[in-house]
Design a protein around this ligand. Structure first.
Ligand code: SF4
Length: 443
């Protein structure tokens, strides 16, 4: 049986695409493998959102391509970097057999077959109507507790720092019935927790017939028997409407965690980023969400050192961190991405050392906020959906709360897929540790 190894860099969207490629190639008899040395086909699914993607790709290819000298091996570069830089990569790496962008994922079987005869380059964007969402299930999802379900691809926003519109094209929403059908099939495979993914999920449905809203989609998924927890990502604060807020009051299986990227706490910087919300509006949305779901935990994304960001702007971001008390923030130093509008602002670039110092200050404060929040949970009993064995400790299993806390506790892997009450004994910056609560049954 031929084997395929897919290596994923980047976000959940790439992880989902990698799963779809494994599923599609499975129909041609390919078995998914975790060992590169076993693979007949190796696909590297690349990311271009942050800097230095090419070094990562280059070092990965340095491990893979020499293997072609001793055995038959097809090597492909997929994903966002392939989309924006495909032709150059195709020329630079003549030993690579195929280079293709995210819109060509559904054609992976044809491309792998064709690559036996000739090299393949496919970075064509598809029109909205022509874009087929792949419904085949990732073989790796079998036996998993949690799965991603793609509800949308691309983005119609043009945040000035972001390369996604160039790599994934315009926004296309997947028909509601198709999303629900995939959720049902995953339930039949034992999946209990679903993360609906898209670049800007809150604008879901605007361009499809009947204009189903994101809130309607949440309600439809919530009704599927067997769905125990729903998450979604990524949200745009401008597009969260009252209908989504009310879902937090009315849908008990909607998780008590939301990732709501703010990017900056300064209105001046938000305007230059073209985010189309203000600090005040962001705080208003947070207040509405917390009124609807008092235990809601928030995480966010922050860019430090966006061109023109002053000390005062950055202080606004720090004060927003204090106001909202995020439990996590994914923060990065601004990195210019090719072809993005913010390149025009580079004459006001923040010196690297200043941006780095701001990033470190923010991350240090964020760690302290998260640690305090986690330590305040010591002694409490948290309900945890067990995902499987801990990656590090034998005899320890790992699960997540509805609030997206990773909890490790001693237990058997038989608990995988069960809800267990865990008494928290220690809180760290990123995880919690606990013991099964007395009288805790699994459900
Ligand atoms: S909403 Fe903005 S940051 Fe998010 S994918 Fe679209 S353009 Fe990029």
């Amino acid at each position: 049986m031929p084997r395929v190894y897919v290596h994923t860099f980047g976000c959940q969207m790439n992880e989902s695409d990698s799963g779809k490629m494994r599923a599609l190639l499975g129909k041609d008899g390919f078995e998914a493998t975790e060992e590169i040395h076993d693979a007949d086909v190796v696909i590297i699914n690349t990311c271009s959102v942050r800097e230095k993607p090419e070094q990562k790709l280059h070092s990965f290819l340095g491990r893979v391509l020499p293997q072609k000298r001793s055995r038959a091996l097809t090597v492909g570069i997929a994903g966002c970097q392939a989309q924006v830089d495909g032709e150059r990569l195709f020329k630079k790496y003549p030993a690579v057999d195929l280079v293709f962008g995210p819109d060509a994922v559904h054609r992976v079987n044809d491309m792998v077959r064709a690559a036996r005869e000739r090299r393949v380059l496919d970075t064509e964007f598809l029109d909205g109507d022509a874009y087929p969402f792949v419904s085949d299930l990732d073989p790796a999802a079998q036996g998993q507790v949690a799965a991603f379900v793609t509800i949308q691809k691309g983005c119609d926003n043009r945040c000035t720092f972001c390369i996604v519109p160039a790599t994934r094209g315009d926004e296309v929403s997947r028909p509601l019935a198709e999303v629900v059908a995939e959720v049902r099939r995953l339930v039949d495979h034992g999946v209990k927790e679903f993360t609906l993914i898209g670049q800007n999920v809150n604008s879901y449905g605007i361009k499809i017939p009947g204009h189903p809203s994101f809130a309607e989609l949440l309600r439809a998924v919530h009704e599927v028997p067997g769905v125990e927890l729903i998450r979604y990502t990524t949200s745009h604060p401008r597009d969260i409407g009252a209908d989504v807020v009310s879902c937090y009051a009315e849908l008990p299986r909607l998780a008590s965690h939301l990732h709501l990227p703010v990017q900056s706490g300064s209105d001046r910087v938000l305007r230059r980023m073209k985010r189309f919300y203000t600090r005040e509006r962001y705080l208003e949305v947070v207040a509405q969400l917390r009124a609807a779901r008092p235990d809601l935990v928030l995480s966010t994304d922050v860019i430090c050192g966006f061109p023109g960001e002053s000390d005062a702007d950055f202080d606004e971001t720090m004060s927003l961190l204090e106001r909202v008390q995020f439990h996590a923030s994914f923060s990065f130093r601004y990195s210019p991405r090719p072809g993005t509008p913010a390149l025009r602002l580079l004459d006001e670039a923040v010196p690297e050392a200043v941006a780095q110092a701001r990033l470190e200050r923010l991350q240090s404060r964020q760690r302290a906020i998260a640690l305090a929040a986690h330590q305040s949970l010591v002694g409490s009993v948290q309900r945890v959906l067990v995902e499987g064995p801990s990656a590090h400790d034998e005899g320890v299993v790992c699960g997540r709360t509805s609030t997206f806390k990773t909890v490790n506790f001693p237990g058997s892997t038989d608990l995988t897929g069960s809800w267990v009450d865990v008494q928290i004994t220690r809180g760290f910056a990123n995880t919690l540790r606990g013991e099964r609560a007395e009288n805790s049954g699994k459900t």
